[in-house]
Design a protein around this ligand. Sequence first.
Ligand SMILES: Cc1cc2nc3c(=O)[nH]c(=O)nc-3n(C[C@H](O)[C@H](O)[C@H](O)COP(=O)(O)OP(=O)(O)OC[C@H]3O[C@@H](n4cnc5c(N)ncnc54)[C@H](O)[C@@H]3O)c2cc1C
Length: 455
Amino acid sequence: METLQEKPTDLLIVGGGITGLTAAYLAAKANHKVTLIEAGGRFGGLMRTAPVAGTALECFYHHFFTHDLELHWLLKELGLRDEVFYCPSTMGIFRNGKIFDFNGPLDLLAFNAIPLWDRIRFGATSLLMCKCLRWENWEGVPAVDWFYRYAGRQSTDAIWAPMLKIKFGSYSDQVPAAWMIGRLRQRVNSNDGGQQRLGYLKGSLDVLCTALVNRLAAMGVSLYANMPAQKLEVQAGQLTAVHSGDRRFAAQKFLFTIPTSAIHPLVEPVDTAFAGRLREVEYFGAVCVVLVLKRPLSHIYWLNIADAGFPFGGVIEHTNFIDPATYQNKHIVYLSRYFAAHEEIASQDEAAIKGQMLAALRRLNPLLNDAGMEEVFVFKTRTAANVCGLNFSKKIPRCTSPIKNMYLAGMPHIYPDERSCNNAIRVVAEACRVMELGCEDIPRGPSLAGRIAMA
Ligand SMILES: Cc1cc2nc3c(=O)[nH]c(=O)nc-3n(C[C@H](O)[C@H](O)[C@H](O)COP(=O)(O)OP(=O)(O)OC[C@H]3O[C@@H](n4cnc5c(N)ncnc54)[C@H](O)[C@@H]3O)c2cc1C
């Protein structure tokens, strides 16, 4: 097969999610010639959307925080600053077959699923965790152990353990207290006079993705979809080109923004030791089952399921956050479940997933009958988040790699913060600095992302 040589560029970016697209924007703005290749048919990665109830909806629920400064910066650059809006959000817990509101001190006092003393202890230890602890000191301690010890068994079983299960599935008992400190800070900071406010983009994340892609095209960035990186060409320890099918992409520098689980097979033939280190960074998957309903399911946006036996851990009622009028007055609900690669759901087909989710949903709301349900969509990804085990910081691959001119920036670099679009942008800003691309500084918010392995 004859190899087609693409025009050499200053920077080749592998991966067209928010990390890769933002990197392309920053580098092109600093006058570098940039090419980006994406394996999928569309750009956007995990921020992708699908048409649901007459409009674009994120396949995986998304919201922003008021302190997402890096994201606000990017939106402003793209002329979209006025498109983001913030609304009060509500949280609840399903425990002992009942829905409890869980939005602040008064709800906590009323949470009679646990004794009063445990409610007070829960509040005090939550404050202690997010206001007083330094994450660096708590990397080797599982969050769940910390909670059992300080917050007590009752509140851990009823609140913390189920919450960790929602995010980390069967890995939840390995999550370090350090990660929980980062997450609690993020939530507490997105607060307005005691009321949590979350942000959303008018028209969905599709608006951001489309604006970015259009801007990149206007700036002369070469964008390729359906173009997976399949082989690395390394000469004398230096990366000189990336191959995809019969195409060869040569560049001065290469930035890989794809999951490390997709990088290690590329690196294996050229550096087995490096590939081995990348393999240690694991991912888990997520399923979001999206329901289009005639009636609301509850009054809560974010409902944590704290009773055992449900195949989903979170019920995210999008239209308790965004006006149902946006969706033809339908009610949109995500049933969310994270899973490890070895779990049955990882290989189950849509029909099987749908069947078990809907059967369990009737336990939550017996009044929900099929007449209320108009459509059901199933979205799945195998790389929803990293398995942030104990001392995860030691596993994070450096942005610079043992292969010269090859750089890495992605989800692992967000730790100990929670993976998010904002934090992906922070990581890119740091990677551009490491690559000495001369990009402008993006304003830094309170994010903890991009601080490890980015020296
Ligand atoms: C269920 C869920 C809920 C979330 N909720 C929120 C939220 O509320 N708020 C928020 O801000 N963030 C949220 N996120 C996180 C956010 O979506 C991610 O942090 C962000 O989109 C990651 O972007 P990325 O570019 O680093 O990775 P990705 O989006 O994974 O992009 C990587 C890209 O690389 C491509 N690729 C893979 N292999 C190759 C290859 N060999 N060659 C070329 N390309 C390749 C993939 O196709 C993909 O497009 C959520 C994520 C999930 C899964």
